[in-house]
Write a protein that binds this ligand. Structure first.
Ligand SMILES: [Zn+2]
Length: 280
């Protein structure tokens, strides 16, 4: 028995995914090799992402309703078509807030915020509590923890294949501070999710905001603060460096897996498309 991070009751906890499981399953299914690699240790195949004893069964069930809605109404449709208008109701902000809550709570309780100064760190439990109350239906919106979602696609710049691959395939989560602003950064396949912890200005944080009620989501250009764009560029750089770290032995294992896949299947995978579009 432990304390559930959401309802704060003492219950048996389940192993919760920080990033929802369906995202990893989809990545694996659409990978030419059927395996995934983590940028932390690219020599090791990753099964299905980070899991922690975090939530009780009831709170897991609460999250899974919103996850299923997002998966069926937006995630799979956008993966297939890369276009469209997606109408949503309050479940979208609930889903986004549930992922932001998991990422921030994990970083805070696992001591991953050493880069935050003392003053900025004080805003973290306040943000966690605000998200928690909203998720439990005790407040009508997440307040300062507005939820942003951007639908990504490859850039027109075909010379930058790593950046394009990162945009459509990268999965990572991070909690960042510039000293003046702090935020949660969650990137999975063609989706970029953002949630401010503390902002000095809302410039760059307005157009991608999701309404906590009814709304329409579509792929369009959004304003973003420079520090978010820089984080995207750094994500692509990390991806490139991790690919260079793959040992010769692992490279031959990957090559063998790829060569066992029929070539037409390879071309159909998003990762191969991202590469082919760049005429490598
Ligand atoms: Zn609970």
């Amino acid at each position: 028995m432990s304390i559930c991070k959401l309802c704060e009751e003492e219950k048996n906890l389940e192993l919760s995914h920080i990033i929802p499981k369906f995202i990893f399953r989809h990545l694996k299914k659409t990978s030419p090799t059927g395996h995934m690699r983590s940028t932390d240790n690219p020599n090791k195949s990753m099964q299905d992402g980070l899991k922690l004893p975090f939530l009780c069964g009831d709170c897991e069930d609460l999250f899974s309703v919103w996850e299923t809605k997002f998966a069926n109404e937006i995630f799979f449709k956008y993966q297939e078509t890369r276009e469209g208008n997606f109408s949503h109701d309050m479940w979208l902000t609930k889903y986004l807030a549930s992922v932001s809550f998991r990422v921030l709570t994990y970083a805070y309780y696992e001591g991953k915020l050493g880069h935050f100064d003392e003053k900025m760190l004080r805003y973290v439990p306040v943000a966690i509590n605000r998200l928690r109350k909203y998720l439990l239906g005790k407040s009508p919106n997440p307040g300062d923890q507005r939820q942003l979602l951007l639908l990504l696609d490859k850039t027109d710049d075909s010379s930058n294949s790593i950046f394009n691959m990162y945009l459509v395939r990268g999965i990572e989560h991070d909690v960042l501070t510039t000293g003046a602003d702090s935020f949660i950064y969650i990137k999975y396949l063609n989706f970029l999710q953002l949630c401010p912890i503390k902002l000095s200005s809302t410039k760059g944080w307005r157009t991608a905001r999701i309404s906590p009620n009814k709304g329409i989501l579509s792929a369009k250009n959004h304003e973003l603060p420079d520090y978010v764009s820089e984080r995207l560029t750094r994500g692509a750089k990390n991806l490139e460096e991790s690919r260079n770290k793959i040992s010769d032995k692992q490279a031959s294992v990957i090559l063998k897996r790829v060569s066992n896949v029929p070539s037409e299947k390879l071309v159909e995978t998003p990762i191969a498309k991202a590469i082919l579009d760049n005429e490598i």
